[in-house]
Design a protein around this ligand. Structure first.
Ligand code: 5RP
Length: 213
């Protein structure tokens, strides 16, 4: 079973704060995400700054795009992103248009979606899905549990590379032991820590402890 990757989500309101954090932990993580909040605040400038700081890293633009997929995907690709997210309720034509302009498209799962839709995403060649517990669901008392694990496993069986995200901390990771998660995405677990470098290393070491090198 291959080792899940670690992705930092930069959900800062200000570019300067995001750059300060990514400067510290960018070499520890495998993937750097320009989070939705930062995309809305600073968009293209944030992606291009981070690309110049980390020419070799995989960068995700978490646009959660719902429409104009081709235009948004071209814009983030031109700015330096490798991956981009679309929301699961976007239409197939939106996803197809985005796919033509970006290296890899990720479908972000929120709210209501079905395995029939997921089969359609696979049919058009989408490989990546992001299984998400939203901030707002977590705030209203949701927790990670068996219901999530079974959906993640089913998506993996369907051939998706599944990323997991939403309020993760180091202790959450062991819930996924034995499951071939592609990538763990954490924002506040690193950026909100008193020592972001230690937090990023703690996440990485726990992944290695559970899944190996
Ligand atoms: C919010 C997101 C976040 O980037 C993602 O959930 C990680 O954030 P956190 O670990 O702080 O919950 O996509 O829409």
């Amino acid at each position: 079973m291959s080792r899940p990757k670690l992705q930092i989500a930069l959900d800062h309101n200000e570019l300067e704060a995001a750059l300060a954090d990514v400067f510290k932990v960018g070499e520890i993580v495998d993937i750097i995400e320009v989070g939705t909040i930062l995309c809305l605040q600073e968009g293209r400038k944030a992606i291009s700054c981070i690309r110049s700081m980390f020419p070799e890293k995989t960068i995700v633009a978490d646009t959660k795009c719902a429409d104009a997929g081709g235009t948004v995907a071209k814009n983030v690709t031109d700015a330096g992103a490798d991956f981009m997210t679309v929301i699961c309720c976007a239409t197939i034509p939106t996803m197809e248009a985005a796919q033509k302009e970006v290296k890899e498209l990720q479908v972000e799962l929120y709210g209501d979606w079905t395995y029939e839709q997921a089969a359609e995403w696979r049919r058009i060649g989408i490989k990546q899905a992001i299984y998400h517990q939203s901030r707002d669901a977590l705030l209203s008392g949701e927790t990670w549990g068996e219901k999530d694990l079974s959906k993640v496993k089913k998506l993996i069986e369907m051939g998706f590379d599944v990323s997991v995200t939403g309020g993760l901390n180091v202790d959450t990771l062991k819930l996924f032991e034995g499951i071939e998660v592609y990538n763990f995405i954490t924002g506040r677990g690193i950026s909100g820590a008193a020592d972001p470098v230690k937090a990023a290393n703690d996440f990485k070491n726990e992944i290695i402890r559970i899944w190996g090198e």
